[in-house]
Ligand binder design. Sequence first.
Ligand code: SF4
Ligand code: SF4
Length: 393
Amino acid sequence: MNGTSRKAADPTGPVFDPDLLSRCISCGFCLPACPTYAATGDEASSPRGRINLMRALQDGDLDPYDPTLTEQASQCLGCRACEPVCPAGVEYGQLLEQWRDHQWKGRRQPLLARSLMLVTRLREAFRLAGAVRRLPGAVLRKVRRPSPGVAAGAGAPEASLMLGCFEQVLFPEVSRAARQLVPNLAVPTGQGCCGALHAHNGDTAAGERLAHRLGADLPGTIVTTSGGCAAHLASVLGRDRVKEISELLADGGAAEDPPGNRLPLPSKELGELRVDGRQARVTLQDSCHLRNGLGVWKEPRALLDRVADYVELPSAAGCCGAAGTYSLLRPRESRRILDAKVREIEAAGVDYVVAVNPGCLRQLRTGLRRSRSRVKAVHIAELLARASQDAPH
Ligand code: SF4
Ligand code: SF4
């Protein structure tokens, strides 16, 4: 699977890693998978077209201020739907990060992205100063070590729950649900940002630095409820260090790990979710980076199928328009994608649409609220925690 290793950026070298840039064979297999190409029909808005623009930039044939370059570096959702379909193994996500790192240097970085990163920097400064406990809305707790006898066996390594900066403020209930499902996770206090925001918005060095710092602060396997953070952390720290929560729950914490090297198991059985006296109907919105970057998409479906009547959305694998900061930077395009998604969710006749990433959760809730839908958007950890309460005891 692409995206599991990262080449360190060299500030004195070429804009793009030549090895990554040379892999594209211009076959065009990626074009049907690309939402911006589908929306515009313009070759420049396709993965192949953007790679050709990158090559022109690398070779000095285009000036960095060229308006097509500027527009395309921003119009791309960064959804990485072009990666799994590429026969040549082009790691487009890495190329896009290198592009934005060059294109959005200094004052060329979009103001909103700069402001968001400033917020995380301030938060980091507070954290280092020991003042983070006083930040409003932060969900901070004392370090909880795995309780003896609860983990999957003697010698089980620690695993830590990453709280996520976005979730701590907007969706603290998601981390609470994850702890309810897997109570023997350590939850270290004062966690910083993983750096995904920075890496996707033109500051690769900060993205890597923050990921390493968080990796040092969280012992053992890092369990996260955010598909986007999982993909970024795995690209910096290595795939073995990171488990997204549905991966952990679906394999019972241990399927591929050798005996004696098992992760904490979920503590409870899952029951059946019911709505109005019948089995609940649920659907899933994939996290682009979780699916296209880490190849995790079967796991959340298998879990939902255990607790409810699972309905697949035709566009489940397609971006919902959240795409990190995209919904803020390109609101019109983001809304167009979201409106189509909401219409599809409505047509599916479901009770819940499930997200595996906090940005998608916020985006779906916004769209459903705007259309006065009765469908509820929930995070998978919340829904499964509810199902674990309903399990026969
Ligand atoms: S990115 Fe991959 S699929 Fe797309 S044109 Fe290049 S080689 Fe073909
Ligand atoms: S990341 Fe998504 S939007 Fe960008 S080129 Fe690839 S498929 Fe298209």
